[in-house]
Design a binder for this molecule. Structure first.
Ligand code: DON
Length: 329
């Protein structure tokens, strides 16, 4: 593993801003903790962590940023990136589309005509991706997935057995989706181990700092900013971030792109990871969710920081990142 010296960033104002935002949104108690996976209902609704990690490897944290929780749907862009690397865009595109569905993350629906799931961020698409990973790796799939997620986070991650068992016992809707996919030939018939892999990937334990490092790895073009390891190929990072921008916040994705304008992914345990290309990642943890399954405080924190720091991809303060721009200057 090639290690890389973080470029020291002396930015007390950024730490001050993060502390201030944490204080501002601590009183916000809108929303409810998810209980449809019974074990998630045990989360402390007051927990609230924020972490910003830069593509240069600097980390700024506030609140409960070391509290562990399960990654849930934030695993989806990372497994999508792995599947793209193994099978290539063309094959993956035959199995999963790239269109926002405009529907809830767990809706039981496939695209008219192609019978593909709409995109890899809704459960149907993510289960298809897990099935493809299982098809390729067999029983070694979880180990491969954990190794890749750990490389992105920069530390060894593991599965929360209690959350995994809880989702496995109650995940009837996801099993129904998997059988629908099987009916349309979108996945091979080893559907039980594939769904088991999906439940386990959702149950990987992270803290807010891990999520921010995983996001910073994407912001840093696929290379972990602290270890220096290349975790994802740069072209796949482009695919992952594109799909996060258009589909990462479910049926709030359009409003999110309009207001916040940063690729992001949320999870039902209350995590949220947003990525500013070549600059930084913002991660938050707060388990109270809005009606669409996104963390209420997480949305407010990201909106606030995007406005304050000009992070929106089309904000006039955002310097942008294309080579052409640099050449034209
Ligand atoms: O499939 C499920 O229901 C969960 N394991 C993951 C869903 C999720 O995180 C949706 N996010 N907002």
């Amino acid at each position: 593993m090639k290690s890389q010296q973080p470029q020291e960033l002396n930015a007390p104002w950024l730490q001050y801003l993060i502390d201030e935002v944490h204080d501002k949104y601590t009183p916000l108690t809108d929303g409810d903790v998810a209980t449809y996976i019974p074990e998630l209902g045990k989360a402390d609704p007051e927990d609230f962590g924020i972490c910003v990690a830069t593509s240069g490897g600097n980390v700024f944290e506030a609140g409960d940023s070391d509290r562990l929780f399960t990654i849930q749907s934030i695993s989806k862009p990372f497994t999508y990136g792995m599947a793209l690397e193994i099978f290539g865009q063309e094959k993956i595109f035959r199995h999963v589309g790239v269109e926002p569905s405009g529907d809830a993350f767990n809706s039981i629906e496939l695209e008219n005509g192609t019978n593909r799931p709409f995109n890899p961020m809704v459960n149907a698409g993510a289960i298809t991706v897990s099935a493809l990973l299982y098809e390729h790796y067999g029983d070694a799939a979880l180990e491969q997935l954990l190794a890749r997620f750990s490389a992105a986070a920069g530390r060894t991650l593991s599965v929360d057995e209690a959350v995994y068992q809880s989702e496995s016992r109650t995940g009837h809707r996801n099993r129904a989706i998997a059988h629908l996919l099987l009916n349309f030939g979108m996945v091979l018939d080893k559907i039980e181990p594939a769904i088991d892999l999906y439940f386990k990937q959702c149950s990987i334990l992270v803290n807010t700092r891990d999520l921010a490092m995983m996001g910073a790895t994407l912001a840093n073009l696929g290379r972990n900013p602290i270890t220096g390891e290349e975790v994802y190929n740069i072209d796949r990072v482009k695919d992952m971030l594109s799909i996060m921008l258009t589909c990462g916040m479910y049926d709030y994705s359009g409003q999110w792109a309009y207001k916040v304008g940063i690729p992001a992914k949320s999870g039902v345990s209350g995590g949220l990871m947003a990525v500013v290309n070549r600059q930084l990642s913002v991660a938050t943890y707060s388990p109270r969710l809005d009606k669409r399954g996104n963390s209420s405080r997480g949305i407010e924190v990201c909106t606030h920081l995007a406005n304050e720091l000009g992070l929106h991809v089309f904000d006039c303060m955002n310097a942008g990142s294309s080579y052409l721009k640099a050449m034209l200057e």
